[in-house]
Design a protein around this ligand. Structure first.
Ligand SMILES: [Zn+2]
Length: 376
């Protein structure tokens, strides 16, 4: 078995489920996987910095000093989404027909393992042309606070490669997102006498219809060449306590995806204006749950050329792409570090009940990352 597959099995076997903004419970958070990474990297001779953006949510940074050339960050996240709904043991890391199964196998431990092995192999070769900084981050799946903590502490480089499942396509653009909670307030009453109350679910109904119209209207916007059009979707609805009580509150969460150059604040204002215009007389409240910015790295940026060259040499070609999902790359970009997203595995398998990654692609990723770190 190759070194990277053994490491990936080890990492998948360590639960590192995101507590989604809560303090980490058992099997949650990045503490254990960070310890495993640090002990491996220290054994390979790297000094590691461990810093917690929040209790139980460590980031790990390892550096390989290089020459005067551009410094490059290789970043991958250690957390995973919940393993509760998986159809097979999420931490068994079983291998079948060239696939490695388990929570995080694809998103994002495949990229993480490949970056670690590429870094170790590069270090064994000698001093690379520029500094290489490996950043294994916490909390990507919830808010991106891990990478933000490193940026706030001064993490900088001339370019960044963010490992996420792109099937080794070179991703230079992705959408941003705004998540909005919209709430209606009614008046509770016994359901046998509904006239004595005011039904918050009924109050929500016209807002839902209006938002459907808004989502449809986005379909006629100008499309970005790599990421397409902006979208809007209602993801959750909660309301009511019991069948025999007129609900006093109803809330929905709206997920508005932004073009790379759209500002989250502007999109929020647009949703507010739309509801005000289309639902006159309905009282509602809106709060922001998340602002996620997009990314649009120019293809002329040196990091893009460097990655394209590496892909050409290792795989015989490259594909420049945009994706719909958000990544830590947008935060690095906003911090002034031109970034790309490039990693093994298909996003179609991320977060699924049967998550897997193709082992051969993880091994290719090691070669691609190594080639970016130090062109042969
Ligand atoms: Zn991911």
């Amino acid at each position: 078995m190759s070194d990277v597959v053994a490491l990936l099995q080890q990492l998948v076997a360590i639960p590192s489920v995101s507590p989604m903004g809560n303090p980490p419970g058992r099997g949650e958070g990045e503490g254990e996987i960070a310890r495993a990474l640090v002990s491996r990297l220290r054994a390979a001779g790297f000094a590691c910095e461990v810093s917690e953006g929040a209790p139980g949510r460590p980031n790990v940074v390892a550096r390989l000093a290089g020459g005067d050339g551009p410094a490059t960050i290789f970043e991958a996240h250690m957390d995973t989404v919940s393993a509760a709904d998986m159809v097979r043991d999420p931490f068994a890391a079983s291998l079948e027909h060239g696939r490695l199964f388990g929570r995080g196998a694809c998103d994002d431990k495949a990229a993480l393992a490949a970056m670690v092995v590429a870094l170790e192999e590069t270090a064994r070769r000698g001093t690379p042309p520029g500094d290489i900084i490996l950043a294994a981050t916490a909390d990507e799946e919830y808010s991106g606070s891990g990478v933000q903590h490193l940026i706030d502490q001064g993490l900088r480089a001339d370019g960044a490669v963010v490992g996420e499942p792109t099937s080794l396509r070179l991703v230079v653009a992705h959408k941003g997102a705004v998540r909005l909670r919209i709430t209606t307030h009614g008046l509770a009453a016994h359901s046998s006498e509904p006239d004595k109350g005011e039904n918050a679910i009924y109050l929500m109904a016209p807002l839902i219809e209006a938002l459907r119209g808004y989502a449809e209207s986005l379909g006629s916007r100008q499309a970005h060449p790599l990421v397409g059009r902006p979208t809007c979707s209602i993801g959750t609805i909660h309301g009511g306590q019991a069948p025999n009580i007129v609900p006093s509150e109803c809330s929905i969460v709206v997920d508005r995806r932004l073009l790379p150059d759209e500002q989250p604040e502007a999109a929020e204002a647009e949703v507010r204006a739309w509801l005000t215009q289309h639902c006159p007389g309905v009282a509602w409240e809106m709060s922001v749950m998340l602002y996620g910015i997009g990314m649009d790295t120019p293809v002329e940026a040196p990091i893009v050329g460097k990655c394209a060259d590496a892909l050409d040499r290792v795989l015989g070609g490259h594909e420049i792409a945009g994706v719909q999902y958000g990544t830590d790359a947008s935060r690095l970009s906003r911090a002034g570090i031109p970034s790309v997203v490039l990693g093994p595995g298909d996003i179609a398998q991320a977060h699924t009940a049967d998550e897997w990654v193709e082992v051969a692609q993880v091994e290719q990723a090691v070669a691609v990352y190594r080639e970016i770190m130090w062109p042969s």
